[in-house]
Design a protein around this ligand. Structure first.
Ligand code: FNR
Length: 176
């Protein structure tokens, strides 16, 4: 099963990029790029659709499922992530997220951080008809206590939660 991983952070040492790159067993993980997308411009939907947006769209269409790890910026999703979602959803009628199993997750500096951002994303993906995993929810933090120096998750409870969420995603993919 091929899973496409999208981080909502462009920061080099991003905790969310670390999280989304954790290789789940039995899944082939591919990492998507969203930092090279231009700002969404509806004039380019039908003429001059950007190659980077098309490439992302093709990878989403080809994947069996999607994992998103997002930071929370000012109690919502980062603009770069919304920009990527908007490109992938257009032109009207070609939304690549429709019917895709999708697992949301997020790491922030606080304990409940990313809950609001993920809630906003759930609304967006409900509209886009992605098959978003309802449980378990992955609101992970504080970020500095999450990973060891090798980038592995330190806490056993968090590891278990992540394994449960990945298994829920795998089941959803299997329901195709
Ligand atoms: C933040 N941060 C943050 N954290 C949070 O829990 N709720 C929030 O609303 C915000 N808002 C916010 C806005 C902006 C512009 C920045 C840059 C940061 C802190 C954020 O959780 C922290 O920087 C994370 O480390 C970002 O994730 P990455 O880049 O490490 O993946």
């Amino acid at each position: 099963m091929t899973i496409l991983a999208i981080s909502g952070s462009l920061r080099k040492d991003s905790f969310n990029s670390k999280l989304v790159a954790l290789a789940p067993s039995g899944m082939k993980l591919e990492i998507a790029e969203i930092g090279d997308l231009p700002l969404f411009d509806a004039d380019q939907e039908t003429s001059g659709y950007p190659a980077a947006a098309q490439a992302l769209k093709d990878r989403i269409l080809a994947a069996d499922g999607i994992i998103i790890a997002t930071p929370e910026y000012n109690r919502s999703m980062p603009g770069v992530l919304k920009n990527a979602i908007d490109w992938v959803s257009r032109p009207y009628g070609t939304n690549a997220f429709a019917g895709k199993p999708l697992l949301l997750s997020g790491v922030s500096s606080g304990k409940i951080g990313t809950a609001v951002a993920q809630s906003h994303l759930r609304d967006v993906f409900l509209y886009l008809e992605a098959r978003v995993i309802g449980q378990p929810e992955l609101y992970l933090g504080p970020a500095k206590e999450l990973f060891d120096e090798s980038g592995a998750i330190m806490n056993d409870k968090t590891k278990e939660l992540l394994a449960k969420a990945l298994s829920a995603l795998a089941s959803e993919v299997g329901r195709k």
